[in-house]
Structure formats: structure tokens, C-alpha cells
Ligand binder design. Structure first.
Ligand code: SF4
Length: 348
């Protein structure tokens, strides 16, 4: 039996039964604009009988992606405005993004960097460009944290990743390296013992931020991959994107947050959907996100609470946009409890 392959074209998606035949030509146009990759592990999680399947909604291309809205932006979080050298985004004083590659194991249909990621984009930083990016970090003593992102940095071989981690490990002022990845979900077998060893740097804190949007993404293979990271002593946090029809219900979001914590992954950010082109069908409004956060606060442990954030379009950074539980009423301070009851706080 031949090994299942990643589906990369509209024809393959249609032939595998994930989209109707009559959509094939339009999906060709979608795939020509935005990269497609549906790896076997994720394809295997899709229920073909469910037209609203939350896995399919995230990864199977949709004709709605050709609906571009005036407010949508090619670079919705404004990376380019803060890129002093190729591969670096320096938006906040004490940390930088280091984008090692434009390739991912899966292409999320809501991706905020969808205009920049894909196999037809430059594959990885050239050796010289990587050296220039590392030089930039070396001469900026205020850089305390380096975030490896992309694309997905874990598409790199263990050998290449080890070389980058070693270079970062030799910079005294860099104390923390964070690796942003979807690999444990998209291709859990890639999280091999060798790759895990390559991620560690003696004397530095290395965090892994894994991107997960629905509890069903946490298959047994994904849970094992996450366990390999946790058992190696790498602290894990989760990033989740709020997506209409995927996790915009209290049930779906609660199940995800609990499942993450059970896997030893601390929910970190819940991102409001960015204004990426062709993604309006996947965005909610902010009120929906705030109501969800209230429901989480009422029903789940503090460990299960992410911070709901908006990346302000134009490159102005993230701001927390969750509900407020505190109100000033003249001289009184009023605070709301997890049941929605209000109390006066008399100490100011
Ligand atoms: S894994 Fe991340 S960078 Fe890659 S397509 Fe998904 S959201 Fe975009």
C-alpha cells in the first residue's frame, strides 16, 4: 500500500472527496493564489459526512477565499513595516521575530501571512541572509527574546535547526528562544527525538508555542508529539485563532482549552482573526470573542484562560481586547464576578 501523500492541488482535494467536483475550476484559482497543503494526519481527522467539519474548515480551500474585502490587507499585522533586515521583524524593543522559512506542513486557510507563505515563495533564508539576521540580533543588547517563526521553523532539518539554536545560544543577551509551530498537529512524526534535542539550548529558556484551534486536532499522535516536547523539559504554550464555525462556541473553546492543559500546554493567546485577504467567512466580530471569554471565565480553571488579543492592523502590535470586569462609578469601584454579579470594592 502506498504511503498517503500531502494533498497540494485542487484536483487532489476534489479527488479525495474533500470538495465537490463542480468547484474544481474555482478551487484551482484559489490554489493559484494561496498555497494548499493538507497532510495525511489532518486529512484523516476530517469527517467527510459533516459539511461543517472544523478540521476541513481550517485546511480545505474554499471558493469563499476569492471574496476579497476592502478592509483586508496583504500584510495584516504589518510585519514589513518593522523589518530592518531580511528575516527579522523588530516590533517591540526586547524581542524579535526570526523568520527562517516561508514553508509550512499545512496551509491554514485563515493564515495571517498567507501572502508570504508557500512553496513558491523563497524557501528559506540564504546562508548570508541568516548570518546578517543573526548579526542584527548580536549587536542589539536589548533583544532578550527571539521568536522563531515563518512559515514553520520545524520544517527545518534537525541539523539546520541545531545550527541556528547554537548561534542564538552563543549570544549572551538573548535569554529566551520561542519556537512557533503547527508541526505537532500537522505532522507529529516530525517531532523526533533528534529534532527535540536540536531545539534545546543549554543555559537558555526555550519555549514552544504550538498553534491549535480545535480539540480534535489533538489526536493521539499529536498528544504523543507534545508529550515528547514536554518530557524533554520544553515549556509549552498554545496560540489559538478565533475562527467562525470552528471554535466560536463556548463548548468548542472550552473543550480545546481543557484538552491543551491536559496535554501540559498553557493557553497563551486567543487571536482575533486578522484581516488577511479572502478570510471574511472565517472571521467573527469582537463581541463574539468577548462573550466567549466571559463564558470561559465562568466555567474553566484559571489555567485554561488565554488572553484574547487583536493585532492592530498596520503593525502597531497586539492589544488585549477581552471583556473588562472593573468599572468606575463616580467614587465607587465596581467589580464583576464570574457569575456576572457586581460588587463594590471599597478600598478604591
Ligand atoms: S502554520 Fe502558521 S504560518 Fe503556516 S499557514 Fe498555518 S497559520 Fe500560516
Amino acid at each position: 500500500m502506498s504511503k498517503a501523500q500531502t494533498l497540494r492541488t485542487a484536483a487532489q482535494i476534489v479527488d479525495a472527496g474533500f470538495a465537490p467536483t463542480e468547484n474544481r475550476d474555482v478551487l484551482d484559482a484559489v490554489a493559484a493564489r494561496y498555497a494548499v497543503a493538507l497532510p495525511p494526519v489532518l486529512a484523516g481527522l476530517i469527517d467527510r459526512n459533516d459539511p461543517h467539519d472544523p478540521i476541513a474548515r481550517q485546511f480545505v480551500p474554499d471558493i469563499a477565499e476569492l471574496d476579497h474585502r476592502a478592509e483586508e490587507l496583504d500584510d495584516p499585522i504589518g510585519d514589513d513595516a518593522h523589518s530592518p533586515v531580511e528575516g527579522i521583524v523588530h516590533r517591540y524593543p526586547d524581542r524579535v521575530l526570526l523568520k527562517l522559512t516561508h514553508v509550512c506542513a499545512v496551509y491554514c486557510r485563515f493564515c495571517f501571512r498567507r501572502e508570504m507563505v508557500g512553496p513558491d515563495k523563497p524557501n528559506a533564508l540564504s546562508r548570508d541572509a541568516l548570518e546578517a539576521a543573526l548579526d542584527y540580533i548580536r549587536v542589539q543588547p536589548q533583544i532578550w527574546e527571539v521568536v522563531l517563526t515563518g512559515g514553520d521553523p520545524l520544517v527545518l532539518s534537525a541539523r539546520r535547526l541545531r545550527a541556528v539554536m547554537k548561534a542564538l545560544g552563543s549570544i549572551d543577551h538573548v535569554k529566551v528562544v520561542r519556537i512557533h509551530t503547527r508541526m505537532p498537529v500537522a505532522d507529529p512524526a516530525r517531532i523526533s527525538p533528534d529534532l527535540v534535542r536540536a531545539m534545546k539550548i543549554k543555559g537558555k529558556a526555550v519555549y514552544v508555542a504550538v498553534h491549535v484551534n480545535h480539540a480534535r486536532e489533538l489526536s493521539s499522535a499529536t498528544r504523543s508529539a507534545i508529550a515528547r516536547l514536554a518530557d524533554a523539559g520544553l515549556p509549552l504554550v498554545a496560540q489559538t485563532v478565533l475562527i467562525a464555525g470552528v471554535n466560536d462556541s463556548a463548548e468548542a473553546m472550552s473543550a480545546l482549552m481543557r484538552a491543551l492543559v491536559e496535554c501540559r500546554v498553557k493557553p497563551y493567546y486567543l487571536h482575533h482573526g486578522d484581516l488577511a485577504p479572502g478570510t471574511s467567512h472565517l472571521r467573527t466580530d469582537i463581541t463574539t470573542g468577548q462573550n466567549l471569554m466571559r463564558e470561559l471565565r465562568g466555567r474553566l480553571s484559571g489555567l485554561c484562560q488565554p488572553t484574547y488579543v487583536l493585532d492592530i492592523p498596520g503593525g502597531h502590535g497586539k492589544s488585549p481586547i477581552g471583556p473588562s470586569y472593573l468599572e468606575r462609578d463616580g467614587d465607587r469601584t465596581v467589580v464583576e464576578d464570574f457569575n456576572g454579579k457586581r460588587h463594590t470594592y471599597s478600598a478604591g
